[in-house]
Design a protein around this ligand. Structure first.
Ligand code: ARG
Length: 472
C-alpha cells in the first residue's frame, strides 16, 4: 500500500494491518470535500507567501483536474492508498512532482479529516433539511384537503374523542418542523473551520485561518486547535437529530401500518408503495412503513456507537475517531432514503374518509361531549360523567350509539336531556366546538394551516452548503 510516511520505519506494514487501518473503502466519498479543503488551504498558503503564486496556481489547477476526472469517472479512486487524503496527494505529486509535495505544508491529516467531515456533514444536513421540507409540503397539502375528514382520535390506542385527519397530520407537521429547527441549530454550532489546527497544536507557519474559514463559507475558525481536531460533538448532535427524525417517522409508520390493516381500513397504500406475498395472493403489505420503522434501530445504533467510541478518548486525535465515518454515512444514507420513501408513500396514499368517519361515530368518542352537555345544563361534572358512563354501558349491551337512543330513554338517566342532545353529540358538533388554539375545529385548523404555510414559505439559508449542493 502506498503510504505517506516511512522515513523512520525499517519494515513494510503487514498487509492485514494496512487493510485494518485503511479508511479509503469508505472515506472515498469525501473526495470533493478533501479537494475543496486543499484548494482553500493552498490558496491561503499562496496569499501568505508561504508558496509562490506559480506553485499555488499549479496546485489549484491540478486539484480541480483531479476532482473533475473523478467526477467524470476518468480517474478511479483505487484502494492502494490508506485514505482519501493520501490518494489525492499522491495523484498531485504524480502530476506535479516537487510542487505537489508542498500541498501539505502547515497541515496535518488530523485537521484535514476534521474539515472534510464537517464539510460533508454540512452538505448532508442541508439535504436532510430539504427532504424534510418536501415531507412537510405533502403534509400541508393533505391537511388542507382533510379539514373536514372526521376520524377518531386515540389514547392508549382506544378511541377517545373525534378529531379530523387534518388535525392528526398537523401533529406530525409540528414534529418534522421541530426536526428542521434542530438541524438549523446544529448548523449554527458546527459551522466553524478546523483547518489550521495542525496535528493538534497549530503550526509555526503564518497561516491565515480567518481567510481559509471565509473561503470555505464558515463563520470563522475553531477557537482551540486541540478541540478543532478532536471535536466530534457536531456528529453526535446530528446523529441525535437524525435519531429523533427516525423516531417520528417510525411512530407515523406504525400508525400507517395500523390504519392500513384489514381491521381498520382507514388508508390504502398505493400499489407502487406496497408489496405482495410469495404465497398468499390476497396480500398487500406495508413493507415500506415497516422498513422505515425497522431502520430506526440502526440510526439509534450509530448514535450509541459513536457516543461510546468518543467517551474514553484523551485529547487530541486518536485513530478511534476514524470509526465516526461508516456509522455516520450509514445513518445519513438511511435517513435520506427513509424520508424520501415515506414522503412518496404518504403523497400517493388513499385516505378512506367514510371508513374513518364511521369509526369515529362508533366507540363513544362523543361521550365527553355528552357529559359536557349535562354540565352546561347544571349537572356537576362528576355526576355527568357517571350518568354518561351508565348510558354507555347500556348502549354497549344493546349494540347502539348514544345518538341512537330515544329521548325518552335518555331522560330515564337524566331529566335534563332535551331534543338538542342529538345535535350536541353529532361528530360535526364535537369537532366544530373544539376551537381552542391547536384544537381540531375547522376554524382552529385554518389558523394552523395559515401558520404552516407561512413557515414553509420562509427560506432557510445554509452558507457554503448550498453551493456545494449545486456543484454536486
Ligand atoms: N482516516 C483517518 C480518519 O478518518 C484520517 C486521519 C488520519 N490521521 C492520523 N493521524 N492517522 O480519522
Amino acid at each position: 500500500m502506498a503510504q505517506l510516511w516511512g522515513g523512520r520505519f525499517t519494515k513494510e506494514t503487514d498487509w492485514l494491518v494496512s487493510r485494518f487501518n485503511a479508511s479509503i473503502p469508505f472515506d472515498r466519498r469525501l473526495y470533493r470535500q478533501d479537494i475543496e479543503g486543499s484548494v482553500a488551504h493552498v490558496t491561503m498558503l499562496g496569499k501568505q507567501g508561504i508558496l509562490s503564486q506559480e506553485e499555488t496556481e499549479a496546485i489549484v489547477t491540478c486539484l480541480c483536474d483531479i476532482r473533475r476526472e473523478v467526477d467524470e469517472g476518468k480517474l478511479e479512486i483505487t484502494e492502494e492508498y490508506e485514505d482519501i487524503h493520501s490518494f489525492v496527494e499522491a495523484k498531485l505529486i504524480e502530476r506535479l512532482g516537487d510542487t505537489g509535495k508542498k500541498l501539505h505544508t502547515g497541515r496535518s491529516r488530523n485537521d484535514q479529516v476534521a474539515l472534510d467531515m464537517r464539510l460533508y456533514t454540512r452538505l448532508k444536513l442541508t439535504e436532510t433539511d430539504a427532504a424534510l421540507k418536501e415531507l412537510l409540503s405533502v403534509l400541508l397539502r393533505l391537511m388542507r384537503e382533510h379539514v373536514d375528514t372526521v376520524m377518531p382520535g386515540f389514547t392508549h390506542l382506544q378511541k377517545a374523542q373525534p378529531i379530523t385527519l387534518s388535525h392528526h397530520l398537523g401533529a406530525y407537521f409540528e414534529m418534522f418542523k421541530r426536526d428542521r429547527l434542530r438541524l438549523g441549530d446544529i448548523f449554527e454550532r458546527m459551522n466553524y473551520c478546523p483547518l489550521g489546527s495542525g496535528a493538534l497544536a497549530g503550526t509555526t507557519y503564518p497561516l491565515d485561518r480567518d481567510y481559509t474559514a471565509e473561503l470555505l463559507d464558515f463563520y470563522g475558525p475553531t477557537a482551540n486547535s486541540m478541540d478543532g481536531v478532536s471535536d466530534r460533538d457536531y456528529l453526535l448532535e446530528y446523529l441525535s437529530a437524525l435519531s429523533i427524525v427516525m423516531m417520528h417517522l417510525s411512530r407515523f409508520s406504525e400508525e400507517i401500518i395500523i390504519w392500513n390493516s384489514n381491521e381498520y381500513g382507514f388508508v390504502e397504500i398505493d400499489d407502487a408503495y406496497s408489496t405482495g406475498s410469495s404465497i398468499m395472493p390476497q396480500k398487500k403489505n406495508p413493507d415500506i412503513a415497516e422498513l422505515v420503522r425497522g431502520k430506526t434501530g440502526r440510526v439509534y445504533g450509530a448514535l450509541m456507537a459513536l457516543l461510546t467510541t468518543m467517551k474514553g478518548l484523551p485529547l487530541a486525535y486518536n485513530k478511534d475517531m476514524q470509526e465516526d465515518k461508516e456509522l455516520t454515512f450509514d445513518a445519513m444514507d438511511t435517513v435520506k432514503d427513509c424520508v424520501t420513501l415515506f414522503t412518496g408513500m404518504l403523497d400517493t396514499m388513499t385516505f378512506c374518509e367514510a371508513v374513518m368517519r364511521r369509526s369515529a361515530a362508533k366507540g363513544f368518542t362523543n361521550a365527553t361531549d355528552a357529559a359536557d352537555y349535562l354540565v352546561k345544563r347544571g349537572v356537576p361534572f362528576r355526576d355527568a360523567h357517571g350518568i354518561i358512563g351508565q348510558i354507555v354501558l347500556c348502549c354497549i349491551e344493546k349494540n347502539m350509539a348514544i345518538a341512537d337512543m330515544e329521548l325518552a330513554e335518555l331522560k330515564r338517566f337524566s331529566p335534563v336531556f332535551a331534543e338538542d342532545i342529538y345535535d350536541a353529540v353529532s361528530m360535526e358538533t364535537c369537532v366544530g366546538m373544539r376551537n381552542t388554539a391547536g384544537a381540531p375545529s375547522r376554524e382552529a385548523m385554518e389558523r394552523f394551516i395559515a401558520d404552516a404555510q407561512a413557515y414553509l414559505a420562509e427560506e432557510r439559508k445554509f452558507p457554503g452548503a448550498e453551493d456545494a449542493a449545486k456543484q454536486a
